[in-house]
Ligand binder design. Structure first.
Ligand code: FAD
Ligand code: NAI
Length: 475
């Protein structure tokens, strides 16, 4: 006998678990199926984000940043330390605890909101007049029938052809988050978000890190001025970044991995490293979903095909998050999950991709919202730019972290803010103000006229806004 639900969500990552909670809040009898297992084989909802993504990476970034501060910057404050050491086992243990707190938090939220949780793999059986039938394969097999289905099955790391992840030497994000000791040498293929964040973690702890990137430009999607500033800072810290390389072969060697590649000058090169992180993007995950059973369509890149409202080709079947088009970000997945639950309830929500913030949690952090200067130039749009360096910000000086700047771009005619780009301390937090401003279609003058606390890093945003009108006060 199948258990009947109004809404069944397949996948318990940020897209899925948030969709399930919102659906339950709206009064639907809701279930969420997730197959992630913790070390003991028990449920670990939260998906990539909680288990091997956002949360553990930020835990390690914090630990390694503390180590870096203690080793290189505490002395500036008059704090002396001798025999500084890092206990990697303890650091990884702390990270695992943080992950578990988040897993448990989601299980608690399911209970609180009366979402029925099934631990196992969900696959489509068939679709009929009563709804969509789904089988759950887990410790306790279940048969469900749903009026509405939300597919939120996420993504998996993309491997290099001929070099599968063994998570010992050739590492995806998963292995990169649990290297048992600091490697002497670490190779990173792909200087995207994961490559830079994980490369930073292990570099701060003492690894000699080389990053090999195929594209000739560094962080191509980021505003050029910001990317240039970040590149300068990372290089100064010791990250060896090579752009425009072509990887010919990656193979396991006696003591690590051996990479053969052609450098930007066309020269054949060989590079050996103890551990290798491959972070060249991610692919949608629809493994084992048995989508054919109900005729669910994919696009040419393997994502579940959806329209702007996350509707698939099938009535009452929706898809959100990494498994559909758009940025692979936890907060984008969450917004889509909430929006779909509300659409099922007959509401009319809207997710605006142009105001989705992006953050790279390196040091300095990089964060942006809206369009880059190069994108606006290519579009032929007339714009004005204001920048303000953290060097001229009192709080940044007090923090001892004056790298970077805030850059605000506004429409030349209307002054509406078109993009804000930050490289510098706490950029991840600072960007929120600009997201709100853009959501409310604010002008740079609006930000310039708002009272900002002193001394605070947010004054740099106000000053950048003033600079759009060429009237910065402190620079
Ligand atoms: P996922 O989080 O991948 O969740 C999908 C879930 O569905 C998984 O638990 C999976 O096991 C389960 N599942 C799949 N198929 C089935 C099935 N058939 N039956 C049952 N369960 C199934 N984004 C940010 O915004 N900020 C960050 O700081 C950030 N850092 C990241 C760091 C790393 C190292 C990585 C890899 C990613 C990071 N991301 C970050 C991206 C973020 O993790 C993803 O965008 C987000 O997890 C996508 O959410 P989702 O719900 O679509 O999918
Ligand atoms: P990415 O798309 O950010 O970067 C991949 C990089 O690899 C690109 O620069 C690309 O040019 C390069 N590349 C591709 N093929 C290559 C090859 N054969 N040789 C050398 N370089 C190659 O992907 P990444 O870092 O794997 O992360 C995946 C996604 O996870 C991101 O797009 C992001 O959405 C999400 N994420 C978000 C984070 C955040 O919000 N802070 C943190 C980490 C991941």
């Amino acid at each position: 006998m199948s258990k009947a639900f109004d809404v069944v969500v397949i996948g318990g990552g940020p897209g899925g678990y948030v969709a399930a909670i919102r659906a339950a809040q709206l009064g639907f009898n809701t279930a969420c199926i997730d197959d992630w297992k913790n070390a003991l084989g028990g449920p670990a909802p939260g998906g990539t984000c909680t288990n091997v993504g956002c949360i553990p990476s930020k835990a390690l970034l914090q630990s390694s940043e503390n180590f870096e501060q203690a080793g290189h910057h505490f002395a500036d404050h008059g704090i002396g330390l001798t025999n500084l050491s890092i206990d990697v086992t303890k650091m990884l243990g702390r990270k695992n605890t943080v992950v578990k707190q988040n897993n448990d938090g989601i299980l608690y939220l399911f209970k609180k909101n009366k979402v029925t949780f099934f631990h196992g793999r969900g696959s489509f059986v068939k679709s009929g007049a009563e709804g969509v039938e789904i089988a759950v394969a887990g410790a306790k097999p279940e048969a469900l029938i749903a009026k509405h289905v939300i597919v939120a099955t996420g993504s998996n790391p993309r491997a290099l052809p001929g070099a599968p992840f063994d998570e010992e030497t050739i590492l995806s994000n998963d292995g990169a988050l649990r290297i048992p000791g600091v490697p002497k040498t670490l190779g990173v293929i792909g200087s995207g978000v994961i490559g830079l964040e994980m490369g930073s973690v292990w570099r701060r702890l003492g690894a000699d890190v080389t990053v090999l990137e195929a594209l000739p430009t560094f962080l191509g999607a980021v505003d050029e001025q910001i990317a240039k500033e970040a590149h300068k800072a990372f290089t100064k810290q010791g990250l060896k970044i090579q752009l425009g390389v072509k990887i010919s072969e990656v193979k396991l060697a006696k003591r690590g991995a051996l990479i053969a590649y052609t450098d930007a000058g066309g020269k054949e090169q060989k590079f050996e490293c103890e551990k290798l992180i491959v972070s060249i993007g991610r692919v949608p995950n629809t493994i084992g979903l048995n989508a054919e059973a109900i005729g669910l369509k994919f696009d040419e890149r393997g994502f579940v095909a959806v329209d702007a409202d996350c509707k698939t080709n099938l009535i009452n079947v929706w898809a959100v998050g990494d498994v559909v088009r758009g940025p692979m970000l936890a907060h984008k997945a969450e917004e889509e999950g909430v929006a779909v639950a509300e659409r099922i309830a007959g509401q009319h929500p809207h997710v605006d991709f142009n105001t989705v913030p992006w953050v790279i949690y390196t040091s300095p952090e990089i964060a942006w919202v809206g369009q880059s200067e190069q994108a606006l130039k290519a579009e032929g749009r007339a714009y004005k730019v204001g920048t303000f360096p953290f060097m001229a910000n009192g709080r940044a000086r007090a923090l001892g972290d004056t790298t970077g700047l805030v850059k605000m771009i506004a429409d030349a005619r209307t002054d509406q803010i078109l993009g804000v780009h930050i490289v510098g301390p706490y950029a991840s937090e600072l960007i929120a103000e600009s997201v709100v401003a853009m959501e409310f279609k604010a002008s740079s003058e609006d930000i310039a006229r708002i009272c900002h606390a002193h001394p605070s890093l947010s004054e740099a945003t106000k000053e950048a806004a003033l600079a759009v009108d060429k009237r910065a006060l402190n620079f």
